[in-house]
Write a protein that binds this ligand. Sequence first.
Ligand code: PMP
Length: 309
Amino acid sequence: MAKDNRDYSFFEGKIVPTDEAKVSVKTHALQYGTGCFGGIRGYWNSEKEQLYLFRLRDHYLRLMNSAKILMMKPRYSVDELMDITMDLVRKNQWKQGIYIRPFLYKNELSLSPRLHNVSDDITIYTLPLDDYLDVNKGLKCKISSWIRLSDKMIPTRAKASGGYLNSALAKSEALMEGFDEAIFLDDAGNISEGSAENIFIVRDNQLITPPLSASILEGITRRTIMDIGENEMGLKVIERDFNRTELYIADEVFFCGTGVQVAWIKEIDHRIIGQGVIGKVTKGIQDRYFKIVNGNDSAHESWLSPVYL
Ligand code: PMP
């Protein structure tokens, strides 16, 4: 917890104790899911006594794209949001792994599910977070009976609150059936993504991931992995459609995302993937990823925002 045991959030233009950051039950976003959000991690490096926020600017640039799709008019620029976030994290005095959740929401108290001429505001809160899914154990997954919502229906490129009902349906189904996570097909029957993470397969030393047109979120971790795979590991990186059975026969399969980080998948629909152990490409990516986000790879310092001066 925060050092002085108080938890602070950014709300209605100010940093306030989180228990004062409250909205009305009439709030538009609460009724209609007309919000969009981000999810940013901070990594505490105890040797350097530093907290690093990973790709902060890129997360806010994506939030601005989500806002545009939802016809919002954010009152702050990307630079201002970065400064506010740094101030908020400092105010909370976090010295451990954290998750930052900026949330843009339609705050009007009016009826009717529409996007235009509805006011919006932004709140930001933080919480301690270590692993979201176990990155070492090898996840057991199932292809969801729910289909990934299509960009023709609800924009998947926007990290829109309402769209997460789709994720919640798939995640609960998977967990309640004894799996760790769900994998969605898109509406054409190709692999799309997990409930809150992008997916990669490895075949013959090629790193393959569904294209942006497969109704996926434009993941920042996905982009990071494509970059290090191609530029540092000499892998051929391919964005292309593939279907369910190609997952079964892949050499390696892993999820990536801010929450999940890089987590290998051991089993899908009761088929063991590869040899049933973490693959060497996945392991190489995982090791590099953790080095980078923890501030132990000077080649990627530009992706990090150190919080403490
Ligand atoms: N897809 C979905 C649906 C997600 O919620 C997330 C988590 N933000 C991701 C993919 C991964 O995106 P990122 O790497 O930017 O966290």
